[in-house]
Design a protein around this ligand. Sequence first.
Ligand SMILES: [Zn+2]
Length: 243
Amino acid sequence: MALAFAYAIFSGSWLFFVTSLLILLGFTTWGAFDIRLGYFLRVFYRKKNPAAKQVALTFDDGPSVFTPPVLDLLRDFDFKATFFCIGKEVQHFPDIANRILSDGHTIANHTFSHTTNFGFLSTEQVIAELETCNNIISATVDRRPTFFRPPFGVTNPSVAKAVQRLGLQTIGWSNRSLDTVIKDEDRILRRVLRKLQSGDIILLHDTTQRTVNVLRKILPMLKAEGYVCVSVDDLLNLQAYEA
Ligand SMILES: [Zn+2]
């Protein structure tokens, strides 16, 4: 792309220059919103060719009153999951955050406030969001997460710099349930199962009864298909916490 710019400027082809610029802007916007591209930073979003038939269920935006029923269901099937928690929700529900850990699941960073402006924050502001969340989690459950998932899956140069400076690992997803968007539980179920592959990281939210209902149907189906649900750290063989 840089070469194209240089060529465009030297050749004086303004039409070509403008076209190149628009294409670059398009790619940058797409890169900012499709976490799988890893356009700005390295993003782990699935396990390629896993040895066993396994997937990682991930739950964003909790803890909430819907987290305990999610934990009950996971316990019934002896499945492990990863919870990307919002710092201020950990402050609201410290006991639930502790249960996530004591039930054998992994807790991870999903920023302090989950602001809708996340894509527009400066590097310093992103660092503050990530550090405040980690400070709260660490004070609550005595673990300091190294896994981070950006709100809305947004990545950009500020997020990339913040992640690099704090030494975090960015976790995306390969299977997006759209459980907060789709109202029909069976449609959510079909959407997840239709493209399910071993090694998938599945994005869900422990924030609605709908997701609890979907889980009640999907967990027995996964078990019947021979899948084991494991934490992201076990799936990817990464450390979820600072030493
Ligand atoms: Zn979120």
